[in-house]
Structures are given as structure tokens and as C-alpha cells.
Design a protein around this ligand. Sequence first.
Ligand SMILES: [Zn+2]
Ligand SMILES: [Zn+2]
Length: 353
Amino acid sequence: MALIEQEPRTEPLVTTTMRAAVVHSFTEPLSIDIKPIPVPGRGEVLVHIETCGLCHTDIHAAHGDWPVKPEPPFTPGHEGVGIVTAVGADVTEVELGDRVALPWLGYACGSCEYCVSGWETLCPNQQMMGYTMDGGMAEYAKAFAKYVVKVPYGITAAEASPLTCAGVTTYKAVKVGGTRSSDLVAVFGIGGLGHLAVQYAAIAGGRVIAVDLNDEKLELARELGAEFTINAAKQDVVAEIQKLGGANQAISTAVSPKAFEQAYGSLRRRGTLVFVGLPKDNYIQLPIFETVLQGITVVGSIVGTRLDLREVFELHAAGKTRVIFEERPLAEVNEAIADVDAGRIPARIVLRA
Ligand SMILES: [Zn+2]
Ligand SMILES: [Zn+2]
């Protein structure tokens, strides 16, 4: 088989400044600033960003919604994809001209018990792209070469962007949930994450139940492989899923705590509830009695490792998944946030730098 190399970018950098979306305050819209292009240090690369997806996490970061807040000013974005245009000293992982993804896990120590046991995403010394490091919503971003993931030839930047967080996060959630063939898998919330969760659950052999409040999104879920759909605004979700026998796994990508409680209620005995979405309201009520007597597992799943992301890209390159997105210019980031908040988008917005 012939290897097809990507066209390397060889032109020198002629400018020293770039546009970047910047959060200056949790209560103000983002501004598009002119900033110096960062210079990669040892082990780092400079990436000329083509596209960056807009994830709910970016919106929570920009609003300072979570218990651990980022420190303004910062540039959000953890679905940045672009071309390596400069490399620092000692970089061996990637080369000039490689198309790479800059995921949430921007850096991990590589030697703690989590890093060495395949759980780098839990490294206590990690840096998060677009949260503790400047992210991909800019024309250029700096990243640690060990923590970028090469995008295979044939996948466009715009498709790779949503896979870099929404894809790997739901792919990992299906792995963590332990879906096996013929398992009934309920996916709560068919947005940026959920539309991919449906596909990974089906790839794992699950029979998928899609739950959302919007009929169009349920229709999309059906096109993407869901066997059953339930509109939670019109139907009793828990009763409907229990009629089917109860879910072996329920994956909650929704942004309301109520959906998490419904996901719990939809499980069968020995079922597993996977928490994925991160609602602003941090708590739900779970019954101890039923959890014990029915042998229920509740587990949190945060993004995925570099290996998980490689697998996600491989599946996409092999034509196994579809990414639903709408492209907007980076300058329209605030309008994009308003549209995501209002649920006016199909699944994902991808910002073109
Ligand atoms: Zn994300
Ligand atoms: Zn570590």
C-alpha cells in the first residue's frame, strides 16, 4: 500500500501577530484580540489552527461556571485542529506539516500512577487546553508535542474538530460503560456529544435508545443508528425504557440534572450510569436503597486518552462515523455561543480560524 504524505507547509511565518478569541471577564463576551504568535519552547509545537469546535465546556469556561475556574485572560478551545508550523527543541512526535488535534488533555506528567496505568486523563498534574493553557480558538496555538494527536490523511480539519472532544469523550464513555453486543444503551441528549455517542454505542454492538426534547434531534439519532427514540418532553422516559427491559448502560450527555436522574431510573438491574455531561447545577439525588439492591454502578468519564482519540480518528477514516456540524468564522464566536445556549444548532459549531 502506498503511503500518501500530506503536503508540508514550508512557507516561512511572515507575520508575528494573530487573532485570538479571548475571555477577559466571566461576565463579558469574548473579544477577538490581536496577540503575538506564541513561540514553541522545548517539547512544544506551534500549530496553525484551521478549525476549532465549540464545546459546552468552552461556554462554561468563558462564564466561570465550574468550581475550579480558569484565570482570565485566556483563549478557550479544546477541539483545535491545524498544521504544525514550527517545532521547539527535542520534538520527535510530530513533524512540520503534520495535521494534528489539540485535545482537552494538553499535558500530563507521564509518570504518576494514572499516567503509567493508561489513565493519563486523571493525572493530577495535567494542563487543560483552553482552560489552564490557551486553546484552539485562535489562528495559532502552542501545544506539547507529546499530547497532540495526528489526524489521519483524508479527515478534514472541520470533521476532526468535533471528534477531538465530543468524539473521544463519548467513545470513552461507551468503553467505560462496558457496552457489549445486544446491550440496551440509552443516550440522553442528542447534541454535539450525544450524536456521536449513539454511533459509538452502535459500533460496540449496543441497541441504542436516543432521548432528547427535540424531535429533529431524535430523527437525526435514528439516521445515525438509534433503534428507539424517546421525546422526554412528551413521553415518560423512565417508563418507556423500562418497558423495553431497562438499559444496561445509560450515558448522560445532557446539561440538566433532571436528565441524569431519568438516566438512573432507566437502568435495569446491574446497569451502569455513565456521567459525561457537566451541568452548571452540580448535584442530583440518587437513592441508596435501589442502588444497593439492584447492583447499580455510577461512573464518571472524562474525555479520553491519546490512544482513544487515535481510535476515534481511525474509525472515522474508515467511514464508520458521521460528524454533524455547521461552520462559522472565528469572529462570530459570541453569536455561536448564543446559538448553542439557545439550542439553535444541529450538533456542533466549528469555528474557522
Ligand atoms: Zn469539550
Ligand atoms: Zn501524571
